[in-house]
Design a protein around this ligand. Structure first.
Ligand code: CO8
Length: 257
C-alpha cells in the first residue's frame, strides 16, 4: 500500500513510520489519521513486525491537528461526524509503539506522541498543548494523558497558558523516557525499537497491557491482572525458551508461541 502523508519503511522487525507533511509541519488531518490506522492495523496483523517507531521531521514531530481542516467545522459537523474519534483505534494497537520526537510536538502532535508506549526525545523537542489559544482545548487525550504523565500542576499550567516545555523539562516531568542528541535520534530510536522487537512478542503485548492497566484500574485490580498475565505467560513456548536460554547462557530465540 502507498501512503501520501506517511513514509513507511521496514527495518527487519521494526516498522518505521515517518509523518510526511513537511509544508504543514506534519499537521494531523483526516488523511493522516486514516493512513496511520491502516499502517497500525497492518503492523498489528503482521507477526514478522514487532515494534513500530513513529517519527516526524527535524523541525516537527507534528504541530498539532490541522487547523485549516478544523477552521470551518462547527459543532454539528464535529459531533455528528464524531470528529477524530478514530484516534481511539490507534491507541488500541496491541503491539509496542515508540514515538521519536524532534522539534515541535504541539496539541494533537503532543497527544499523538503520548498515545505511543513511550517517547524518546531529541534535545530539540518542544511539547505543548496550545489549543486554548485557538478557543478550544486538547481533544485527542491531552488533558488526560498529559495530566497522568506530568501531574496536575504542570498539565494545568501548560493547558491554561499554552506554554511549551523543552526536552529537559519534559524528561524531568516524566513525559519522555530519554533525551538523545538530535543528530542521533533516528539511529538511537531504531536501536531501541530493535531491542523491543527482539523481545518475546507475547510478553511484549502482555507487558504493554500490564503497564497500561496501571492507568485504568485500582491497585488491587491492577496487581491481580498483572499476576494473571504472568501466570498465563508461563504457558508459552517463549517462556520456556527464555528461561532455558538464561540457564544455558545463550541467546533466546522467540517465536511468539
Ligand atoms: N495546522 C495546520 N497548518 C499548520 C499547523 C497546524 N496545526 N501548524 C503549522 N502549520 C502550517 C502553517 O500554517 C504554515 O503553512 P503556510 O506556509 O501555508 O502558511 C506552515 O505550517 C509552517 O508554519 P509556520 O510558518 O507557522 O512555522 P513557524 O516556524 O513560524 O512556527 C509553530 C512554528 C510555532 C509550530 C507554528 O506553526 C504554530 O504555532 N502552529 C500551530 C500550533 C498549534 O496551535 N497546534 C495545536 C492545533 S489544535 C489541536 O492540535 C487540537 C487537537 C485535538 C483535536 C481533536 C478534536 C476532537
Amino acid at each position: 500500500m502507498t501512503y501520501e502523508t506517511l513514509l513507511v519503511e521496514r527495518h527487519d522487525a521494526v516498522t518505521l513510520v515517518t509523518l510526511n507533511r513537511p509544508k504543514a509541519l506534519n499537521a494531523l488531518n483526516s488523511q493522516v489519521l486514516a493512513e496511520l490506522l491502516a499502517v497500525t492495523a497492518a503492523y498489528d496483523a503482521d507477526p514478522g513486525q514487532r515494534c513500530l517507531l513513529l517519527t516526524g521531521s527535524d523541525k516537527a514531530f507534528a504541530a498539532g491537528a490541522d487547523i485549516k481542516e478544523m477552521e470551518a467545522m462547527g459543532f454539528a459537523a464535529a459531533y455528528a461526524g464524531n470528529f477524530f474519534a478514530g484516534w481511539e483505534q490507534f491507541t488500541r494497537t496491541r503491539k509496542p509503539m515508540i514515538a521519536a520526537v524532534a522539534g515541535y510536538a504541539l496539541g494533537g502532535g503532543c497527544e499523538l506522541a503520548m498515545m505511543c508506549d513511550f517517547i524518546l526525545a531529541a534535545d530539540t523537542a518542544r511539547f505543548g498543548q496550545p489549543e486554548i489559544k485557538l478557543g478550544v482545548g486538547p481533544g485527542m487525550g491531552g488533558s488526560q494523558r498529559l495530566t497522568r504523565a506530568v501531574g496536575k500542576a504542570k498539565a494545568m499550567e501548560m493547558c491554561l497558558t499554552g506554554r511549551m516545555i523543552d526536552a529537559e523539562e519534559a524528561e524531568r516531568a516524566g513525559l519522555v523516557a530519554r533525551i538523545v542528541p538530535a543528530a542521533a535520534l533516528r539511529e538511537e530510536a531504531l536501536k531501541t525499537a530493535a531491542l523491543v522487537a527482539a523481545m518475546p512478542p507475547l510478553a511484549a503485548i502482555a507487558n504493554k497491557e500490564m503497564v497500561n492497566a496501571a492507568f485504568e484500574t485500582g491497585l488491587a485490580q491492577g496487581l491481580a491482572y498483572e499476576r494473571r498475565l504472568f501466570h498465563g505467560l508461563c504457558a508459552t513456548e517463549d517462556k520456556a525458551e527464555g528461561m532455558s536460554a538464561f540457564v544455558e547462557k545463550r541467546a533466546g530465540h522467540y517465536t511468539g508461541r
